[in-house]
Design a protein around this ligand. Structure first.
Ligand code: ATP
Ligand code: MG
Length: 415
Protein backbone atom coordinates (compact mmCIF):
# COMPACT_ATOMS: atom_id res chain seq x y z
CA UNK A 1 0.00 0.00 0.00
CA UNK A 2 1.37 3.41 -0.79
CA UNK A 3 0.77 7.12 -0.36
CA UNK A 4 -0.08 9.48 -3.16
CA UNK A 5 2.05 12.56 -2.58
CA UNK A 6 0.94 16.07 -3.60
CA UNK A 7 3.19 16.11 -6.66
CA UNK A 8 1.13 13.26 -8.16
CA UNK A 9 -2.32 13.86 -6.77
CA UNK A 10 -3.23 16.14 -9.66
CA UNK A 11 -2.94 13.17 -12.07
CA UNK A 12 -5.42 11.18 -9.98
CA UNK A 13 -7.80 14.10 -9.75
CA UNK A 14 -7.67 14.90 -13.45
CA UNK A 15 -8.12 11.25 -14.37
CA UNK A 16 -11.05 10.76 -12.01
CA UNK A 17 -12.67 13.95 -13.29
CA UNK A 18 -12.26 12.82 -16.91
CA UNK A 19 -13.80 9.40 -16.26
CA UNK A 20 -16.64 10.83 -14.20
CA UNK A 21 -17.45 13.32 -16.94
CA UNK A 22 -17.43 10.62 -19.57
CA UNK A 23 -19.72 8.34 -17.54
CA UNK A 24 -22.12 11.22 -17.17
CA UNK A 25 -22.08 11.72 -20.96
CA UNK A 26 -23.32 8.16 -21.40
CA UNK A 27 -25.95 8.37 -18.65
CA UNK A 28 -24.34 6.21 -15.97
CA UNK A 29 -25.08 6.84 -12.30
CA UNK A 30 -22.73 6.45 -9.38
CA UNK A 31 -23.30 3.94 -6.59
CA UNK A 32 -21.29 3.83 -3.34
CA UNK A 33 -20.95 0.81 -1.09
CA UNK A 34 -18.86 -0.06 1.96
CA UNK A 35 -15.21 -1.03 2.00
CA UNK A 36 -16.10 -4.06 4.13
CA UNK A 37 -18.52 -6.88 3.42
CA UNK A 38 -19.20 -10.25 4.95
CA UNK A 39 -16.60 -12.67 3.63
CA UNK A 40 -19.38 -15.03 2.56
CA UNK A 41 -20.49 -12.55 -0.10
CA UNK A 42 -17.15 -12.74 -1.88
CA UNK A 43 -16.98 -16.51 -1.57
CA UNK A 44 -20.35 -16.91 -3.24
CA UNK A 45 -20.10 -14.06 -5.76
CA UNK A 46 -16.47 -14.38 -6.87
CA UNK A 47 -16.20 -18.15 -6.47
CA UNK A 48 -14.17 -20.45 -4.24
CA UNK A 49 -11.70 -21.52 -6.92
CA UNK A 50 -10.24 -18.14 -7.78
CA UNK A 51 -6.99 -16.39 -6.91
CA UNK A 52 -8.89 -13.62 -5.18
CA UNK A 53 -10.82 -15.86 -2.80
CA UNK A 54 -8.19 -18.55 -2.33
CA UNK A 55 -5.29 -16.31 -1.46
CA UNK A 56 -5.80 -12.60 -1.91
CA UNK A 57 -8.41 -11.36 0.55
CA UNK A 58 -7.78 -9.36 3.70
CA UNK A 59 -10.12 -11.32 5.96
CA UNK A 60 -10.65 -11.01 9.70
CA UNK A 61 -13.27 -11.39 12.40
CA UNK A 62 -15.28 -8.51 13.78
CA UNK A 63 -15.97 -8.26 17.54
CA UNK A 64 -18.78 -10.78 17.33
CA UNK A 65 -16.68 -13.28 15.42
CA UNK A 66 -18.31 -12.66 12.03
CA UNK A 67 -15.84 -13.06 9.19
CA UNK A 68 -15.53 -9.86 7.18
CA UNK A 69 -13.23 -8.85 4.34
CA UNK A 70 -11.96 -5.69 2.75
CA UNK A 71 -13.52 -5.57 -0.69
CA UNK A 72 -11.18 -7.05 -3.32
CA UNK A 73 -13.38 -5.85 -6.21
CA UNK A 74 -16.68 -4.10 -6.78
CA UNK A 75 -19.00 -6.41 -8.70
CA UNK A 76 -20.04 -8.55 -5.72
CA UNK A 77 -20.90 -5.49 -3.64
CA UNK A 78 -22.75 -3.83 -6.52
CA UNK A 79 -24.93 -6.89 -7.01
CA UNK A 80 -25.62 -7.12 -3.27
CA UNK A 81 -26.43 -3.40 -3.15
CA UNK A 82 -28.79 -3.38 -6.13
CA UNK A 83 -30.66 -6.38 -4.70
CA UNK A 84 -30.90 -4.97 -1.17
CA UNK A 85 -32.08 -1.62 -2.48
CA UNK A 86 -34.48 -3.07 -5.05
CA UNK A 87 -32.74 -1.24 -7.89
CA UNK A 88 -33.05 -3.90 -10.56
CA UNK A 89 -36.61 -4.86 -9.87
CA UNK A 90 -38.14 -4.69 -13.38
CA UNK A 91 -35.90 -1.84 -14.44
CA UNK A 92 -32.47 -1.63 -16.02
CA UNK A 93 -29.60 0.21 -14.35
CA UNK A 94 -26.35 1.68 -15.64
CA UNK A 95 -24.08 2.15 -12.64
CA UNK A 96 -20.48 3.00 -11.81
CA UNK A 97 -18.34 3.04 -8.69
CA UNK A 98 -14.85 4.16 -7.85
CA UNK A 99 -12.47 3.66 -4.98
CA UNK A 100 -9.91 1.48 -3.25
CA UNK A 101 -9.84 -2.32 -3.47
CA UNK A 102 -7.65 -4.60 -1.39
CA UNK A 103 -5.83 -7.78 -2.40
CA UNK A 104 -3.02 -9.55 -0.62
CA UNK A 105 -0.75 -9.84 -3.66
CA UNK A 106 2.98 -9.86 -4.08
CA UNK A 107 3.60 -6.13 -4.48
CA UNK A 108 5.32 -5.23 -7.75
CA UNK A 109 5.00 -2.74 -10.56
CA UNK A 110 1.31 -2.42 -11.41
CA UNK A 111 0.27 -4.68 -8.54
CA UNK A 112 -0.49 -3.13 -5.18
CA UNK A 113 -2.26 -4.35 -2.06
CA UNK A 114 -4.48 -1.32 -2.01
CA UNK A 115 -5.31 -0.19 -5.51
CA UNK A 116 -8.03 1.86 -7.07
CA UNK A 117 -10.64 0.77 -9.57
CA UNK A 118 -13.32 2.55 -11.50
CA UNK A 119 -15.95 0.00 -12.41
CA UNK A 120 -19.13 0.01 -14.44
CA UNK A 121 -22.00 -2.47 -14.11
CA UNK A 122 -25.05 -2.56 -16.37
CA UNK A 123 -28.14 -4.56 -15.42
CA UNK A 124 -31.15 -5.58 -17.46
CA UNK A 125 -29.82 -5.54 -21.04
CA UNK A 126 -29.23 -9.05 -22.40
CA UNK A 127 -28.19 -7.92 -25.90
CA UNK A 128 -24.68 -7.08 -27.12
CA UNK A 129 -25.59 -3.36 -27.36
CA UNK A 130 -24.78 -2.89 -23.68
CA UNK A 131 -21.37 -4.55 -24.10
CA UNK A 132 -20.79 -2.43 -27.18
CA UNK A 133 -21.55 0.76 -25.27
CA UNK A 134 -19.01 -0.17 -22.60
CA UNK A 135 -16.35 -0.64 -25.26
CA UNK A 136 -17.21 2.54 -27.16
CA UNK A 137 -17.07 4.44 -23.91
CA UNK A 138 -13.67 3.06 -22.89
CA UNK A 139 -12.34 3.61 -26.40
CA UNK A 140 -13.42 7.25 -26.20
CA UNK A 141 -11.80 7.49 -22.77
CA UNK A 142 -8.36 6.48 -24.07
CA UNK A 143 -8.68 9.11 -26.78
CA UNK A 144 -9.71 11.79 -24.31
CA UNK A 145 -6.87 10.93 -21.97
CA UNK A 146 -4.32 10.99 -24.79
CA UNK A 147 -3.43 7.33 -24.32
CA UNK A 148 -2.60 5.47 -27.50
CA UNK A 149 -1.02 2.06 -27.89
CA UNK A 150 -3.81 0.34 -26.06
CA UNK A 151 -5.47 -2.58 -27.79
CA UNK A 152 -8.73 -4.36 -27.27
CA UNK A 153 -8.79 -8.14 -26.95
CA UNK A 154 -12.14 -9.78 -27.24
CA UNK A 155 -13.55 -13.26 -26.88
CA UNK A 156 -16.84 -15.00 -26.28
CA UNK A 157 -17.49 -17.78 -23.81
CA UNK A 158 -20.95 -18.42 -25.19
CA UNK A 159 -23.99 -19.21 -23.07
CA UNK A 160 -23.87 -21.38 -19.97
CA UNK A 161 -24.92 -24.41 -22.07
CA UNK A 162 -22.15 -23.91 -24.60
CA UNK A 163 -19.67 -23.55 -21.80
CA UNK A 164 -20.82 -26.71 -20.06
CA UNK A 165 -20.13 -28.70 -23.23
CA UNK A 166 -16.76 -27.02 -23.71
CA UNK A 167 -15.82 -27.56 -20.08
CA UNK A 168 -15.96 -31.34 -20.31
CA UNK A 169 -13.98 -31.29 -23.56
CA UNK A 170 -11.38 -29.15 -21.88
CA UNK A 171 -11.10 -31.43 -18.85
CA UNK A 172 -10.58 -34.45 -21.13
CA UNK A 173 -7.95 -32.57 -23.08
CA UNK A 174 -5.93 -31.46 -20.06
CA UNK A 175 -6.21 -34.92 -18.50
CA UNK A 176 -4.12 -36.14 -21.42
CA UNK A 177 -1.40 -33.64 -20.44
CA UNK A 178 -1.29 -34.08 -16.68
CA UNK A 179 2.52 -34.37 -16.77
CA UNK A 180 2.78 -30.73 -17.94
CA UNK A 181 0.31 -29.22 -15.48
CA UNK A 182 1.56 -27.58 -12.31
CA UNK A 183 -0.06 -28.22 -8.91
CA UNK A 184 -2.40 -25.26 -9.13
CA UNK A 185 -3.60 -26.29 -12.59
CA UNK A 186 -4.19 -29.86 -11.41
CA UNK A 187 -6.21 -28.58 -8.46
CA UNK A 188 -8.36 -26.45 -10.70
CA UNK A 189 -8.76 -28.94 -13.51
CA UNK A 190 -12.11 -30.24 -12.35
CA UNK A 191 -13.48 -27.23 -10.53
CA UNK A 192 -12.54 -24.46 -12.97
CA UNK A 193 -10.92 -25.84 -16.13
CA UNK A 194 -11.39 -22.63 -18.14
CA UNK A 195 -9.06 -20.91 -15.73
CA UNK A 196 -6.21 -23.11 -16.96
CA UNK A 197 -6.34 -21.25 -20.24
CA UNK A 198 -4.94 -18.09 -18.70
CA UNK A 199 -2.37 -19.79 -16.49
CA UNK A 200 0.91 -17.89 -16.65
CA UNK A 201 3.34 -20.83 -16.18
CA UNK A 202 5.64 -20.80 -19.25
CA UNK A 203 6.00 -24.59 -19.14
CA UNK A 204 2.29 -25.00 -19.85
CA UNK A 205 1.99 -22.56 -22.74
CA UNK A 206 2.40 -25.03 -25.60
CA UNK A 207 -0.32 -27.27 -24.23
CA UNK A 208 -2.57 -24.28 -23.57
CA UNK A 209 -2.09 -22.96 -27.12
CA UNK A 210 -3.08 -26.33 -28.58
CA UNK A 211 -6.19 -26.69 -26.40
CA UNK A 212 -9.58 -26.99 -28.09
CA UNK A 213 -11.22 -23.62 -28.66
CA UNK A 214 -14.58 -22.51 -27.30
CA UNK A 215 -15.45 -21.30 -30.81
CA UNK A 216 -16.17 -24.87 -31.89
CA UNK A 217 -18.74 -25.31 -29.12
CA UNK A 218 -20.80 -22.16 -29.57
CA UNK A 219 -24.50 -22.36 -30.38
CA UNK A 220 -25.85 -20.29 -33.26
CA UNK A 221 -27.44 -17.86 -30.81
CA UNK A 222 -24.11 -17.36 -29.01
CA UNK A 223 -22.28 -16.83 -32.29
CA UNK A 224 -24.90 -14.29 -33.27
CA UNK A 225 -24.54 -12.41 -29.97
CA UNK A 226 -20.80 -12.07 -30.52
CA UNK A 227 -21.12 -11.23 -34.22
CA UNK A 228 -23.50 -8.38 -33.42
CA UNK A 229 -21.05 -6.95 -30.92
CA UNK A 230 -18.26 -7.11 -33.49
CA UNK A 231 -20.49 -5.48 -36.09
CA UNK A 232 -21.18 -2.48 -33.84
CA UNK A 233 -17.47 -2.09 -33.11
CA UNK A 234 -16.72 -2.23 -36.83
CA UNK A 235 -19.39 0.37 -37.59
CA UNK A 236 -17.94 2.70 -34.93
CA UNK A 237 -14.31 2.16 -36.02
CA UNK A 238 -13.15 0.55 -32.80
CA UNK A 239 -10.42 -1.95 -33.67
CA UNK A 240 -10.11 -5.22 -31.75
CA UNK A 241 -8.30 -8.57 -31.79
CA UNK A 242 -10.13 -11.78 -31.09
CA UNK A 243 -8.13 -13.80 -28.56
CA UNK A 244 -9.56 -17.27 -28.09
CA UNK A 245 -7.41 -17.82 -25.02
CA UNK A 246 -9.02 -14.91 -23.21
CA UNK A 247 -11.22 -16.18 -20.38
CA UNK A 248 -12.36 -14.56 -17.21
CA UNK A 249 -11.71 -17.00 -14.41
CA UNK A 250 -15.10 -16.67 -12.80
CA UNK A 251 -17.79 -19.23 -13.44
CA UNK A 252 -20.60 -16.79 -13.95
CA UNK A 253 -19.12 -15.08 -17.00
CA UNK A 254 -20.81 -15.71 -20.31
CA UNK A 255 -20.73 -14.38 -23.84
CA UNK A 256 -18.48 -11.37 -24.33
CA UNK A 257 -15.30 -10.94 -22.35
CA UNK A 258 -12.64 -8.34 -23.05
CA UNK A 259 -9.46 -6.67 -21.91
CA UNK A 260 -7.82 -3.38 -22.86
CA UNK A 261 -4.08 -3.97 -22.81
CA UNK A 262 -1.01 -1.77 -23.21
CA UNK A 263 2.50 -3.04 -23.89
CA UNK A 264 4.02 0.03 -22.28
CA UNK A 265 3.82 -1.09 -18.65
CA UNK A 266 5.61 -4.42 -18.79
CA UNK A 267 3.92 -7.56 -17.49
CA UNK A 268 1.00 -5.81 -15.76
CA UNK A 269 -0.45 -4.27 -18.90
CA UNK A 270 -4.18 -4.87 -18.51
CA UNK A 271 -5.77 -1.48 -17.95
CA UNK A 272 -9.39 -2.54 -18.01
CA UNK A 273 -11.12 -5.91 -17.99
CA UNK A 274 -14.69 -7.05 -18.07
CA UNK A 275 -17.44 -9.08 -19.57
CA UNK A 276 -20.98 -10.29 -19.34
CA UNK A 277 -22.17 -12.09 -16.22
CA UNK A 278 -25.82 -12.92 -16.79
CA UNK A 279 -25.92 -15.66 -14.13
CA UNK A 280 -24.69 -13.73 -11.11
CA UNK A 281 -27.75 -11.77 -10.01
CA UNK A 282 -29.84 -14.93 -9.84
CA UNK A 283 -27.02 -16.77 -8.03
CA UNK A 284 -27.14 -14.02 -5.42
CA UNK A 285 -30.87 -14.47 -4.87
CA UNK A 286 -32.36 -12.02 -7.38
CA UNK A 287 -34.61 -12.60 -10.37
CA UNK A 288 -32.65 -13.62 -13.48
CA UNK A 289 -31.14 -10.33 -14.67
CA UNK A 290 -28.72 -9.85 -17.54
CA UNK A 291 -25.56 -8.01 -16.52
CA UNK A 292 -22.32 -6.81 -18.02
CA UNK A 293 -19.49 -4.60 -16.79
CA UNK A 294 -15.83 -3.85 -16.42
CA UNK A 295 -13.29 -2.63 -13.92
CA UNK A 296 -10.37 -0.45 -14.79
CA UNK A 297 -7.16 -0.19 -12.83
CA UNK A 298 -6.63 3.46 -11.98
CA UNK A 299 -3.13 2.90 -10.55
CA UNK A 300 -1.93 1.52 -13.86
CA UNK A 301 -3.49 4.37 -15.81
CA UNK A 302 -1.78 6.91 -13.56
CA UNK A 303 1.51 5.06 -13.97
CA UNK A 304 1.17 5.13 -17.75
CA UNK A 305 0.30 8.84 -17.85
CA UNK A 306 3.24 9.71 -15.58
CA UNK A 307 5.81 7.42 -17.20
CA UNK A 308 4.98 8.53 -20.72
CA UNK A 309 4.65 12.21 -19.73
CA UNK A 310 1.24 12.29 -21.34
CA UNK A 311 0.05 15.24 -19.25
CA UNK A 312 1.77 18.40 -18.03
CA UNK A 313 1.12 19.53 -14.46
CA UNK A 314 -1.33 22.41 -14.25
CA UNK A 315 -0.34 25.80 -12.81
CA UNK A 316 -1.05 25.45 -9.11
CA UNK A 317 -1.46 29.08 -8.24
CA UNK A 318 -2.98 31.97 -10.15
CA UNK A 319 -1.80 34.75 -7.92
CA UNK A 320 0.97 34.91 -5.32
CA UNK A 321 0.86 37.83 -2.89
CA UNK A 322 4.30 39.19 -2.02
CA UNK A 323 4.39 41.79 0.74
CA UNK A 324 6.67 43.95 2.83
CA UNK A 325 6.35 43.70 6.57
CA UNK A 326 5.95 47.49 6.85
CA UNK A 327 2.60 47.10 5.13
CA UNK A 328 1.18 44.98 7.92
CA UNK A 329 -0.13 41.48 7.59
CA UNK A 330 -3.72 42.40 8.52
CA UNK A 331 -4.11 44.58 5.48
CA UNK A 332 -2.40 42.02 3.21
CA UNK A 333 -4.73 39.27 4.41
CA UNK A 334 -7.76 41.50 3.96
CA UNK A 335 -6.74 42.25 0.36
CA UNK A 336 -6.14 38.56 -0.39
CA UNK A 337 -9.56 37.73 1.03
CA UNK A 338 -11.21 40.47 -1.03
CA UNK A 339 -9.54 39.10 -4.16
CA UNK A 340 -10.93 35.60 -3.50
CA UNK A 341 -14.40 37.11 -3.25
CA UNK A 342 -14.03 39.28 -6.34
CA UNK A 343 -12.66 36.61 -8.70
CA UNK A 344 -14.58 33.39 -8.07
CA UNK A 345 -12.42 30.30 -8.20
CA UNK A 346 -9.11 32.16 -8.32
CA UNK A 347 -6.27 30.55 -6.38
CA UNK A 348 -4.51 33.14 -4.27
CA UNK A 349 -1.49 32.14 -2.26
CA UNK A 350 -0.19 34.59 0.24
CA UNK A 351 3.20 34.32 1.86
CA UNK A 352 2.28 33.55 5.47
CA UNK A 353 5.33 34.99 7.19
CA UNK A 354 7.29 38.17 6.66
CA UNK A 355 10.29 37.46 4.42
CA UNK A 356 12.55 39.17 1.92
CA UNK A 357 11.09 39.91 -1.52
CA UNK A 358 13.74 37.63 -2.95
CA UNK A 359 12.65 34.59 -1.00
CA UNK A 360 8.97 35.35 -1.58
CA UNK A 361 9.54 35.55 -5.33
CA UNK A 362 11.35 32.22 -5.21
CA UNK A 363 8.31 30.68 -3.53
CA UNK A 364 6.03 32.28 -6.12
CA UNK A 365 8.09 30.69 -8.87
CA UNK A 366 8.02 27.33 -7.16
CA UNK A 367 4.26 27.54 -6.80
CA UNK A 368 4.02 28.11 -10.54
CA UNK A 369 2.23 31.42 -9.97
CA UNK A 370 1.03 33.17 -13.10
CA UNK A 371 0.97 36.58 -11.43
CA UNK A 372 2.45 38.13 -8.32
CA UNK A 373 0.94 41.09 -6.52
CA UNK A 374 3.47 43.25 -4.76
CA UNK A 375 2.36 45.12 -1.69
CA UNK A 376 5.17 47.40 -0.51
CA UNK A 377 5.20 50.74 1.32
CA UNK A 378 5.39 52.72 -1.96
CA UNK A 379 2.37 50.95 -3.39
CA UNK A 380 0.38 51.41 -0.18
CA UNK A 381 1.24 55.11 0.01
CA UNK A 382 -0.28 55.54 -3.47
CA UNK A 383 -3.17 53.11 -2.86
CA UNK A 384 -1.84 50.97 -5.68
CA UNK A 385 -0.75 47.39 -6.17
CA UNK A 386 2.08 46.25 -8.44
CA UNK A 387 1.26 43.34 -10.73
CA UNK A 388 3.97 41.22 -12.26
CA UNK A 389 3.30 38.69 -15.03
CA UNK A 390 5.53 35.81 -14.06
CA UNK A 391 5.56 33.69 -17.19
CA UNK A 392 6.12 36.49 -19.68
CA UNK A 393 9.08 38.73 -19.02
CA UNK A 394 8.08 41.03 -21.88
CA UNK A 395 5.03 42.29 -20.04
CA UNK A 396 6.24 45.19 -17.88
CA UNK A 397 5.35 45.31 -14.22
CA UNK A 398 2.43 47.71 -13.74
CA UNK A 399 1.01 49.64 -10.82
CA UNK A 400 -2.76 49.53 -10.73
CA UNK A 401 -5.55 50.52 -8.41
CA UNK A 402 -7.22 47.56 -6.68
CA UNK A 403 -10.20 47.58 -9.01
CA UNK A 404 -8.08 47.91 -12.18
CA UNK A 405 -5.93 45.05 -10.89
CA UNK A 406 -9.05 42.90 -10.47
CA UNK A 407 -10.21 43.70 -14.03
CA UNK A 408 -6.74 42.96 -15.41
CA UNK A 409 -6.53 39.60 -13.62
CA UNK A 410 -10.07 38.61 -14.58
CA UNK A 411 -9.31 39.26 -18.20
CA UNK A 412 -5.92 37.51 -18.14
CA UNK A 413 -7.17 34.47 -16.23
CA UNK A 414 -10.08 33.92 -18.58
CA UNK A 415 -7.76 33.66 -21.61
P1 ATP B 1 -4.51 -10.18 -13.05
O1 ATP B 1 -4.73 -11.38 -13.90
O2 ATP B 1 -3.51 -9.21 -13.62
O3 ATP B 1 -4.26 -10.49 -11.61
P2 ATP B 1 -7.23 -9.69 -12.41
O4 ATP B 1 -8.02 -10.61 -13.25
O5 ATP B 1 -6.96 -10.06 -11.00
O6 ATP B 1 -5.87 -9.33 -13.13
P3 ATP B 1 -9.44 -7.86 -12.33
O7 ATP B 1 -9.97 -8.48 -11.11
O8 ATP B 1 -10.12 -8.11 -13.61
O9 ATP B 1 -7.89 -8.23 -12.47
O10 ATP B 1 -9.30 -6.30 -12.10
C1 ATP B 1 -9.51 -5.35 -13.13
C2 ATP B 1 -8.33 -4.42 -13.26
O11 ATP B 1 -7.93 -3.91 -11.99
C3 ATP B 1 -7.06 -5.08 -13.77
O12 ATP B 1 -7.09 -5.18 -15.15
C4 ATP B 1 -5.99 -4.13 -13.29
O13 ATP B 1 -5.91 -3.00 -14.15
C5 ATP B 1 -6.54 -3.69 -11.96
N1 ATP B 1 -5.93 -4.46 -10.87
C6 ATP B 1 -6.26 -5.71 -10.42
N2 ATP B 1 -5.50 -6.07 -9.40
C7 ATP B 1 -4.63 -5.04 -9.17
C8 ATP B 1 -3.58 -4.80 -8.22
N3 ATP B 1 -3.28 -5.68 -7.27
N4 ATP B 1 -2.91 -3.62 -8.29
C9 ATP B 1 -3.22 -2.70 -9.23
N5 ATP B 1 -4.19 -2.86 -10.14
C10 ATP B 1 -4.90 -4.00 -10.11
MG1 MG C 1 -5.32 -10.76 -9.95
Amino acid sequence: MYDVTPDLVWVWQKLEAAVTGLLHQYGYQEIRFPLLEKTALFHSAIGEVTDVVEKEMFTFSDRKGVSISLRPEGTASTVRAVLENGLVYNEPQKLWYSGPMFRYEKPQKGRNRQFSQIGVEVFGYPGPEADAELLLMTHRLWQQLGIDNVRLELNTLGSADCRAAYRSVLIKYFEQHLDVLDEEAKNRLHSNPLRLLDAKNPAMQTVIKAAPSITDYLSDASKEHFARLCAILDACDVPYDINQQLVRGLDYYSHNVFEWITDELGAQGTLCAGGRYDALVEMQGGKPTAATGFAMGVDRLVELIVEKNIWQPPAQTDVYVVWDKQVGVDQVMAISEQLRSDIPGVSVMMHLTAASFKSQFKKADKAGARFTLILGPDEMAQQQISVKTMQDRNVPQQQLSYSDMVSFLKQQLSE
